[in-house]
Each structure stands twice: as structure tokens, then as C-alpha cells.
Design a protein around this ligand. Structure first.
Ligand SMILES: Cc1cc2nc3c(=O)[nH]c(=O)nc-3n(C[C@H](O)[C@H](O)[C@H](O)COP(=O)(O)O)c2cc1C
Length: 191
């Protein structure tokens, strides 16, 4: 069994990011994985305070949902990170999660939590910032020593109002390919 986790970085519940991540997870299930979904809209993750307490105690001083999200990421074999473009960047919700996760993993966990997990990124935009948001998430994934499977097309899609993304056939297809590729590689690595 492998577990693929999708993380939706949008503050909008039921929006385009959630829809495309659900689509990727459906493909992951069809390829034999179990799936989990985290909506950052339902989990409070504040920005890192750079207090460095975690280097001394192994614990984060901020009492919010971060450890709950981190533990679910640590449990997964595959992770899909997805964010809409907000003025050409990922959302503050996704950035806060990335900063807290990356720092905590480095300082409190000796940068071992995500080694060898399989991961990929999805970005959504009305029009601009797709490549930037995708690259920002991917650079984080690589920095955590995760493995990114190759796919034929980047999993980026366009949409403005909730549901628009479903009309971007190529984007939806690319997200299906990504979900399948992550599940298949995670299964192969477990053999
Ligand atoms: C604060 C804010 C900033 C945005 N900035 C951009 C942008 O720079 N470029 C763009 O193409 N779309 C931008 N958008 C549109 C969103 O990327 C788009 O509506 C996307 O589908 C939202 O995904 P969601 O439904 O998952 O929230 C912005 C939306 C908001 C609310």
C-alpha cells in the first residue's frame, strides 16, 4: 500500500485548486494508491517566527495545526502540492506551510522526514504566474530530497471562478498524469 497526499494551498474551499487536486488523487487511486487530502483553508498554519526554539527543543512553539499537517505529510509516500497564483506567487497559506515544514524538518528532524518520498506540484491561475508558482513549490520539494517523476506536460491549469478549471482539458489531463505517475513511482519504490 502507498498513500498519496494532496495539499490544497487555496483559502477558497471547493475552488479550482481543490478540484484539480481531487482529479489527481482520483488517478492515484486508480493506479492503486490510497489517498488523503489536506485543505489549508481548514488548517491554521501561521508563518515561521524564526525563533529557532525547534533547534533546542525539537518542538515548534506556535500552537496551531502545523504539527497535524506535518505528521500527515510524514506519513505519506507521495505528496502533491497545489496552489493558485496570487500576484504571481503561491498563496501565503502554502508559503507558511513550506517555511514551517522545511525549517522544522531541517532543524528538528535532521532533514530526514521526506527523503525518498515521491512528489509533484500543481499551479492554477486565471492567467499569470503559473510557471512561477509551479517552480516555487517544486524547489521546495527538491530541497526536502523528494523525488519528482517526469510527466509529459506540466500540471498547470487556468481558471478564475470556482469550477473553471474543469474546462481546461489539457490541465486536467496533466493533473491526472501527475497523480498516476506519483502513485506508480511510489509503488515501484516500495517493491
Ligand atoms: C488575492 C488574489 C490574487 C490573485 N492573483 C492572480 C495573479 O497574479 N494572476 C492570475 O492569473 N490570477 C490571480 N488570481 C486568480 C486566482 O489564481 C484564480 O482565481 C484561481 O483559480 C484561484 O484558485 P482557487 O479557486 O483554488 O482559489 C488571484 C486571486 C486572488 C484572490
Amino acid at each position: 500500500m502507498v498513500l498519496v497526499l494532496g495539499i490544497v494551498g487555496s483559502p477558497r474551499k471547493g475552488g479550482n485548486t481543490e478540484l484539480i487536486v481531487e482529479n489527481a488523487l482520483k488517478s492515484a487511486r486508480e493506479a492503486g494508491a490510497e489517498t488523503d487530502l489536506i485543505l489549508l483553508s481548514e488548517n491554521k498554519v501561521e508563518p515561521c517566527r524564526a525563533c529557532d526554539a525547534c533547534s533546542k527543543t525539537g518542538e515548534c512553539v506556535i500552537k496551531d495545526d502545523f504539527m497535524h499537517v506535518f505528521n500527515r505529510m510524514a506519513k505519506a509516500d507521495g505528496i502533491i502540492m497545489a496552489s493558485p497564483s496570487y500576484f504571481e506567487s503561491m498563496t501565503p497559506q502554502m508559503k507558511a506551510l513550506i517555511d514551517r515544514t522545511g525549517y522544522y524538518n531541517s532543524v528538528a528532524r535532521g532533514r530526514t522526514t521526506f527523503d525518498g518520498k515521491v512528489a509533484g506540484a500543481i499551479s492554477i491561475a486565471r492567467r499569470t504566474g503559473l510557471a512561477n508558482v509551479w517552480t516555487q513549490q517544486l524547489l521546495f520539494i527538491l530541497s526536502q530530497k523528494m523525488i519528482v517523476p517526469g510527466i509529459t506536460s506540466y500540471a498547470n491549469a487556468v481558471g478564475s471562478a470556482p469550477g473553471d478549471v474543469l474546462k481546461d482539458e489539457e490541465g486536467m489531463r496533466a493533473s491526472s498524469d501527475l497523480g498516476k505517475a506519483i502513485a506508480e513511482l511510489a509503488l515501484r519504490l516500495k517493491e
